[in-house]
Design a protein around this ligand. Structure first.
Ligand SMILES: *[C@@H]1O[C@H](CO)[C@@H](O)[C@H](O)[C@H]1NC(C)=O
Ligand SMILES: *[C@@H]1O[C@H](CO)[C@@H](O)[C@H](O)[C@H]1NC(C)=O
Length: 282
């Protein structure tokens, strides 16, 4: 009897360990209720935090009005949340000056789901991920990569900055905060594996992937080759419907005959570019 109990105990412990390991490897999940009739609406904004300047406040005002008309359920930020160099720490007043005190319209008092952009990685990246910011403004939720289950749609948020070689090889006069990312190869391999397996398991009617960087874009930054090579095949394999990004400071909707994925850019949160088009021949 005694040895049986001991074996059971060992088995139990082994399974507890396995659970811990597998939950560590999985992307964190959040849930968002759809409306009573099953529909959902949300806004996406990227490239915004400039203390209201460069038309950030004007865009925020229009978001408030559109948000009310659409009766939005939540807001997505596609990254580059705080210019020029992210937040200096959890006490950086830019959090209030560029977020809480800017998006004040009643319709925008919903959950915000945020990813990081390259400019965010130039500051204290962990500040934006900190629960302290969620206490300061409970709309704020920023993680590197995570999943939002909203009944008819599952949204997969992917941390795209660590894919871009230039930030590592030729950072110019910028300093990137790679804490939590190195060793980079392992980070990227695990991320791609997690996104792939989460997409495979998904039974949602719509699958949307959100990242900061472009995959298809005719804007100034153009196509992000690292994502085209590494992330796009995962999206293609798993019948993703829509990829949404920021990075290029404009609005775009790109479809092509060689892919079923629709590519949306929403990077006009501030300092939107005019006539800054880089023609690209797919
Ligand atoms: C569901 O409700 C929302 C807001 O209450 C409305 O805007 C939308 O058109 C409705 N959708 C359907 C499919 O009835
Ligand atoms: C703000 O938007 C207006 C209208 O598009 C544009 O003419 C102006 O240059 C913008 N200002 C800044 C500082 O970006």
């Amino acid at each position: 009897m005694a040895s049986l109990t001991k074996n059971c105990c060992r088995l139990f412990m082994a399974s507890v360990c396995l659970c811990l390991v597998s939950s560590l490897a999985e992307l964190q999940r959040f849930t968002q209720q759809a409306k009573a009739n099953g529909s959902l609406s949300f806004l996406v904004v990227g490239d915004w935090g400039r203390k209201g300047l460069y038309n950030q406040s004007q865009v925020a005002y229009q978001m408030g009005s559109v948000g009310e008309r659409l009766d939005i359920d939540f807001v997505i930020s596609a990254g580059d949340n705080f210019y020029e160099d992210g937040l200096t720490g959890v006490d950086d007043p830019a959090f209030e000056d560029s977020f809480s005190n800017i998006y004040t319209a009643p319709s925008l008092q919903k959950q915000w789901y945020n990813v990081l952009g390259n400019h965010d990685y130039r500051g204290d990246v962990e500040a934006q991920l900190s629960p302290i910011l969620r206490e300061k403004d409970n709309r704020w939720l920023c993680l590197r990569s995570f999943i939002l289950n909203a009944e008819i749609v599952e949204i997969f948020f992917v941390d795209t900055t660590p894919f871009v070689n230039e930030y590592f090889i030729n950072p110019k006069d910028h300093t990137y905060d790679w804490r939590g990312v190195s060793p980079r190869d392992d980070y990227l391999a695990n991320l791609l594996k997690d996104v792939n397996s989460a997409l495979k398991k998904s039974t949602a009617t719509w699958k949307i992937v959100v990242g900061h960087h472009t995959i298809r874009s005719a804007g100034n930054h153009g196509v992000t080759q690292e994502l085209e090579m590494q992330l796009l095949p995962v999206l293609e394999d798993n019948n993703v419907d829509i990829y949404i990004n920021g990075h290029d400071h404009c609005l775009q909707h790109i479809i092509s005959t060689d892919s079923l994925i629709q590519f949306l850019t929403s990077g006009g949160g501030s300092k939107a570019w005019q006539c800054d088009v880089k023609w690209w021949n797919p």
